[in-house]
Write a protein that binds this ligand. Structure first.
Ligand SMILES: CC(C)(COP(=O)(O)OP(=O)(O)OC[C@H]1O[C@@H](n2cnc3c(N)ncnc32)[C@H](O)[C@@H]1OP(=O)(O)O)[C@@H](O)C(=O)NCCC(=O)NCCSC(=O)CCC(=O)c1ccccc1C(=O)O
Length: 260
């Protein structure tokens, strides 16, 4: 597969997948998600690769979720909601290698879900985290909610989703969403150090550990699939469309008048 929306490189046993849509704050469209799925499969089953790093191009954003300009009810690709996010989430969990989210800027919406799903998150002190679904007419009811609650606890997860606030890297570290925060200019060195340390460990022991962690939360995949069917219906409503329109028109949404 030729990549247009992402960059892929392999070095010293590390595969680096970079969402390369800086002008869209590294938001993903259908094609981006397909390319990421392909790249995770390529890295995940290559015995020379011991760890995968997921990041975004530039300094502004790691990833800001679904591309709102490619969102008219459904998104522009394949799958239940026009984005095969279920397949992307699945492959991040299923490859038998640690995935590190290198977060240098905004990890928002579906971007925050991706960072949450990665085995580790290493963040620059400039990074910001948050969910925006109830502000823009969306929700990730599955790994985005239930798995987040496993990490930060129920109260905090509900706050993150209902209030749509932004959290600094330090706050995210305090709530367990981030493994380590470093000064911006030390981010790459820190990520490289973690990768080098992983490369010294037994790949099979790590694979077994990853799969056993995953097994305990596997039921969330089914919640996600059911949730995605509901989100598909939600995206067709005036209430959800109002959120997308308001974001694109840079105004506050008026949801109350649009509920059925
Ligand atoms: C990132 C922000 C917080 C930055 O805010 P600010 O600094 O004020 O800058 P802005 O002027 O808002 O944005 C700058 C520039 O970037 C463009 N942009 C930013 N994000 C997006 C985006 N997601 N899509 C398209 N474009 C984007 C913005 O339009 C500006 O462009 P200009 O040309 O300069 O005008 C803030 O921008 C923000 O909150 N962004 C996020 C917006 C958003 O709505 N994200 C989608 C969330 S919902 C989602 O991800 C659905 C898909 C999904 O995740 C999902 C759904 C269902 C089940 C599962 C999933 C899943 O887990 O994936």
């Amino acid at each position: 597969m030729n990549y247009n929306d992402i960059l892929y490189e392999e070095k010293n046993g590390t595969a680096r997948i970079t969402i390369n849509r800086e002008e869209k704050y590294n938001a993903f469209r259908g094609q981006t998600v397909e390319e990421m799925i392909h790249a995770f499969g390529r890295a995940g089953w290559n015995d020379d690769i011991g760890v995968v790093v997921l990041t975004g191009a530039g300094d502004k954003a790691f990833c800001t979720g679904g591309d709102q300009s490619a969102h008219d009810g459904q998104y522009d690709g394949r799958g239940t909601i026009g984005l095969p996010v279920e397949d992307l989430q699945t492959i991040i969990r299923d490859i038998p290698k640690p995935v590190i989210a290198r977060v240098q800027g905004f990890a928002i919406g579906g971007g925050n879900v991706l960072a949450t799903l990665c085995d580790f998150t290493i963040a620059s002190e400039k990074a910001q985290f948050g969910q925006v679904g109830p502000k823009v007419g969306s929700v990730d009811p599955g790994f985005g909610t239930a798995y987040l609650a496993r990490i930060v606890g129920e109260k905090k997860a509900r706050e993150i989703w209902y209030m749509c606030r932004r959290y600094s890297a330090e706050e995210a570290e305090r709530m367990g969403l981030v493994n380590k925060v470093v000064p911006h200019d030390q981010l790459d060195a820190e990520v490289e150090a973690w990768c080098a340390e992983i490369m010294e460990r037994s790949p099979t022991a790590i694979a077994l550990a990853k799969r056993s962690f995953n097994l305990d939360t596997e039921s969330i995949r089914a919640i996600s699939q059911m949730g995605m069917q509901a989100v598909k219906l939600y995206y067709e409503t005036e209430e959800s469309r109002e959120g997308v329109r308001a974001f694109n028109e840079k105004r506050k949404p008026d949801f109350r008048g649009k509920m059925k």
